[in-house]
Design a protein around this ligand. Structure first.
Ligand SMILES: Nc1nc2c(c(=O)[nH]1)N[C@H]1C(S)=C(S)[C@@H](COP(=O)(O)O)O[C@H]1N2
Ligand SMILES: [Mo]
Length: 204
């Protein structure tokens, strides 16, 4: 029954808010909305690559095959969109960001990251957030390959920041000495984006 389902959702929402797990100004969704700018890109495994550049000891480029051979792990995490919905307990599987950072080696001057995706989408974040143990380049969600609209074949997941930093259709990243605004950040979104501090827009 619709009414019953909504009551259940609201009860869960209140419990999660009280437990400190739902960030301020967010509501819980049991569905999984799709949100992005532009069109869904087509995946061509022959042409796909993942490029790591900027302030790294060893710039690297991975083919789709090579990228798939990197160590993988699973992370269960909540997902918070700045448009005020949160989706709990997503089970992601993919390549931890740390695995790639170990291979390329961040130079000491590297402090920020620009993440690059298809169609020129970008998102910036501090290297310390990017390198968090729960950040990963995910292939699977709840045991299934990502659907095209959720970022197939791979997307970044940084669970502790607003979801616009969780770049779909990811194709690489660049380490930088200074912070530079990405796609939404150029349009007024926050440079950091911590949902628990409600860093939605502006400088803080
Ligand atoms: N490449 C790309 N990644 C993106 C976006 C985008 O426009 N392009 N939108 C972001 C935003 S605002 C959100 S809320 C999440 C939504 O992910 P979902 O569509 O899988 O729910 O993707 C993020 N990643
Ligand atoms: Mo979002």
């Amino acid at each position: 029954m619709l009414f019953g389902e909504d009551t259940e959702r609201k009860q869960l929402e209140r419990a999660m808010r009280d437990a400190g797990r739902l960030p301020p100004g967010q509501s819980l969704t049991l569905k999984w909305p799709v949100l992005h700018a532009g069109s869904v890109p087509r995946f061509d495994p022959e042409r796909w690559d993942f490029e790591v550049k900027g302030l790294v000891e060893k710039p690297m480029r991975f083919t789709w095959q090579e990228f798939n051979k990197l160590p993988q792990r699973e992370v269960v995490a909540d997902f918070h969109c700045v448009t005020r919905w949160s989706r709990f307990d997503n089970r992601w599987k993919g390549v931890p960001v740390m695995e790639i950072l170990k291979l390329v080696g961040a130079k000491p001057e590297a402090r920020y990251v620009m993440v690059n995706a298809e169609h020129g989408y970008t998102a910036n974040l501090p290297l310390a957030d990017f390198a968090s143990p729960k950040s990963l380049f995910a292939f699977l969600h709840d045991g299934e390959p990502l659907t095209a609209e959720h970022g197939y074949p791979a997307r970044l997941i940084v669970p502790h920041l607003y979801a616009w930093k969780s770049v779909k259709w990811v194709r690489g990243f660049e380490l930088l000495p200074e912070d530079q605004p990405g796609f939404w950040e150029q349009n007024g979104y926050n440079m950091h984006g911590d949902p628990f501090k409600e860093q939605r827009f502006g400088t803080d």
